[in-house]
Design a protein around this ligand. Structure first.
Ligand code: NAP
Length: 340
């Protein structure tokens, strides 16, 4: 059995798909979105080289680990003020201490919606416009069904928590000269989402749950949420785009069986990305001057792609927004900033 056969037989679907993609033609590009000079091997530092982001503010969720940490680090390196969001005071302060002066901690748990509202209140009270709202935090493939607020946990953390955050902070994003929302989705949004897309009749997971299906659905929700937000922002200077970072060994794999983690670490070198490469696309989409009017796209390797699946299904996106509003109604601002 060769390396590729092993990876495929090991069930590392994301990795295997990436292997299969190596050497293929460039992906299909949507019409209208600018294609830039960066690609798979560009790093977050590469895509921001020479940029001065001083005077701009970014909020990064999941800033204490993996791609979020690298994103916060590079934005701060280029002079942005970075609000580093993490689940605990210790983690949020820890990342700020390691990144230096231009950082502010923000503490909330995406599975505790009161904590999101509380943190958003503090940020709004500061009056700071948010130029970049990077919805990066996430969890993957919980082995067993877990529920919060009666809903499947990955959908709650990865999608609904960020949905509340975005709605709470939209006035700050709109107050920036050209605010940008970046939703960190995944290749699993197409590979592992349920065949019918979002399972609106099974958001609790009780009619059936698989770890990969739950993760795929939540990442499809990230893509659709960005798509609908871009529609709602169409008359504004603010934009919203989704991205998928590639395959990067981080703490995200903490729920994967040990043998899968071992295989990724030891056999994945040729198709996994470094942290710098993995964070490049979200940092590029958040900062590139060429993307000031680019909204509603899905990016991979620093360029827009047609990701397929349901990622461009506008009807599903509108329905998801409406259902998300109903599910989180008690935690949304009374006067929504994004018109229907
Ligand atoms: N790595 C990849 O190959 C890959 C591929 C595709 C997409 N992505 C996406 O990239 C994003 C970042 O992932 P990563 O690889 O950097 O993983 P990571 O190292 O595990 O970082 C995830 C971050 O999310 C935070 N988080 C988890 N649950 C949270 C909650 N309830 N409330 C607030 N924050 C929470 C984590 O905080 P704690 O440290 O406190 O747990 C951590 O800071 C995720 O959205 C993931 O789906 C990653």
């Amino acid at each position: 059995m060769n390396r590729r056969q092993f990876i495929q037989s090991a069930g590392l679907t994301a990795a295997a798909t990436t292997v299969a993609a190596c050497g293929r033609e460039p992906p299909e590009r949507p019409a209208g979105a600018p294609v830039g000079p960066f690609g798979r091997e560009s790093t977050a530092e590469d895509v921001t080289r020479g940029m001065d982001l001083s005077g701009r503010t970014a909020l990064v969720t999941g800033a204490n680990s993996g791609l979020g940490f690298e994103t916060a680090r590079v934005l701060a390196l280029r002079g942005a003020t970075v609000i580093c969001a993490a689940r605990t005071e210790e983690k949020a302060r820890g990342v700020c201490e390691s990144l230096g002066e231009n950082t502010t901690p923000s503490v909330f748990d995406l599975a505790d919606w009161d904590s999101i509202v509380g943190a958003a209140d503090l940020i709004r009270a500061s009056g700071t416009p948010i130029d970049m709202l990077i919805c990066n935090a996430g969890i993957m493939e919980l082995p067993e069904l877990e529920q919060v607020y009666g809903l499947e946990r990955q959908f709650v953390v990865n999608h609904l928590g960020h949905f509340i955050l975005v709605n709470q902070l939209l006035p700050q994003v709109l107050a920036a000269p050209q605010g940008r929302v970046v939703m960190v989705s995944s290749g699993q949004a197409t590979r592992n989402a349920p065949p019918e897309g979002i399972q609106f009749d099974n958001l609790s997971g009780e009619k059936g749950y698989t770890p990969a299906g739950g993760y795929g659905q939540s990442k499809l929700a990230n893509a659709l949420c960005s798509l609908e937000l871009s529609r709602r922002l169409q008359d504004q200077a603010a934009t919203s785009n989704a991205i998928r970072p590639g395959v990067i060994p981080t703490n995200l794999g903490r729920h994967m069986p040990a043998w899968k983690t071992f295989a990724l670490k030891n056999l994945g070198g040729s198709f996994t990305k470094t942290l710098g490469e993995g964070a490049a696309t979200q940092v590029y989409v958040a900062t590139a001057p060429a993307l000031a009017q680019t909204s509603g796209y899905f990016f991979e390797d620093c360029n827009p792609i047609i990701a397929g699946g349901f990622t461009e299904d506008r009807e599903m996106a509108s329905r998801l927004w409406r259902v998300s509003e109903e599910l989180t109604a008690d935690y949304l601002p009374k006067a929504p900033a994004a018109a229907a």
